[in-house]
Design a protein around this ligand. Sequence first.
Ligand code: ATP
Ligand code: MG
Length: 428
Amino acid sequence: MKIQSIRGFNDVLPADSALWQHLFDTARTLFEAYGYREMRIPVVESIALFKRAVGEVTDVVEKEMYAFEDRGGEHIALRPEFTAGLVRAGIEHGLFHNQQQRVWCAGPVFRYERPQAGRYRQFHQFDVEAYGIAGPDVDVEMIAMTARLWKALGFQNLRLELNSLGGTETRARYRAALIEFLSRHESSLDEDSKKRLHSNPLRVLDSKVSTTQAIVKDAPSILEYLDADSAAHLDGLRQGLADLGIEHHVNPRLVRGLDYYTKGVFEWITTELGAQGTICAGGRYDNLVEQLGGSPTPAVGWAAGVERLILLLQKLDTASLASEADIYVCRFGAQGERAGLALAEAVRDTLGPTARVALSVGGGKPGAQIKRADRSGARIALVVGDDEAAAGTVQVKFLREERPQATVARSELLTQLSGLLSSSVPQR
Ligand code: ATP
Ligand code: MG
C-alpha cells in the first residue's frame, strides 16, 4: 500500500519555498522593527488550557481540536492557535507582572476542518501580541503594522472591518437581546445555531450556514449596547486609524471564532480567495490573562493565515522569487569543468555565503547547460569551456534581458560581479 500524506496536511516543495522564505523574512523584519520579539512555545498544551481560553462552546474546541491522551494518560491537544499558549507561558514565566510585552510567534497550528483551498488541517500563522497596554493607541499601531506588511508584500484591495464586542456588562445585555431575537427564529436556525442559542449566542452571528446568515442580518447590533469604556475605545481606535489614513468599515456582525475577545476586533479581508477571504484577524482580550490565573493584564493581538498570504503572493508576479539561483555556472571540457567549479567557489567567496550560485553538474553540451541555467530562473550565466580556462576568462550571458554577451577576465569579473548582478536585478 502506498503511504501518502494525511488529508489537510501539506508539503512545501522547493519551487514554493522561496515564496515562504520571502514572506517569513518580510514579516519577521517588520515585527522586529516595531519592537516585537519572538517567542517559541510548544506545539502541544493541555486540553484544559484551550477549553478555558478559547471557550468550550466554540467550533475550535468542540469540533476542530486534535486532542488525545498521551502514553502517560495526560489529556493534550495540538495547538489550534497561539494566544492560549502565549498567555500560559507568560504567566508561568512572570512576563506580565507590571510589564509591557510585545511578542510574536510563527509556526504550524492544527484544526480538524474540511480541507479546501485556503483551509487546511495543518496551517501556519503569524501571531503578534501586546500585553500590559490598555490601548487603543497600541491597537492602532498594530493595525498599522499589518497594513505595512500588506504593502511590503504588494497586496492591494484589502478591506479592513472593525467591531467592538464590549466588556462583560455589554456582553451580558447584548446576549439577552440576541437570545430574545434568535428565539423568535429558532425553528429556522441550523442545528448548531439552535444548540448555541443559549450556550453561546454570539457565535450564531458567525455561522457559515446561509439560511442562518439571512436571519442574523436583522439581529440587533451590539454597538447599541456598548458600555462607555468600550465605546470610547472604539472611537479612539477609529480616530487613530483615520489619523494614519487607514480606511476601515464598521461591521456590527463581526465576531470572532474564539471566545476571549473583548472591545475592538478586526479582520482584513480579500475578495480574491473566495470563501476563505479573511487573511488576518484579531482584537483585544483584556480578561484572558486573569481568566487563566494571571493578574489583570490588558492585551491585544492578531493572527494571519500564512497559506492564505502565500495564495495571494502567488497571484502576484513573483517569478524572481521562484528562481533557484541568481547566477548559474555552466562548464564544459576537462579544463573548463575544473575552472568552472573553482569559479563558482570564488564567486561565493566574493559575494558572501548567501549569494545564490548554482553549479551545472552532470555535464551536457553548452546549449543544454544554458537551457538548464534558464530554467533555474538565474539572471546571469557564467560560461567556462577549455578555451576560457586556458585564457583565464569567463563568458557572461544575461538571461533575462537584451544585453550583449561579454568575455571578461576572471579577476575582473569577480570585482564587477555584484555590480553586474544589481544592475540586472528585476526588483524583488
Ligand atoms: P475562518 O472564519 O476562515 O475559519 P477563523 O476565524 O477560524 O477563520 P482565526 O482563528 O481568527 O480564524 O485565525 C486567524 C487566521 O488564520 C484566519 O484569519 C485565517 O487567515 C487563518 N486560518 C484559520 N483557519 C484556517 C485553516 N483551517 N486553514 C488555513 N488558514 C486558516
Ligand atoms: Mg475557523
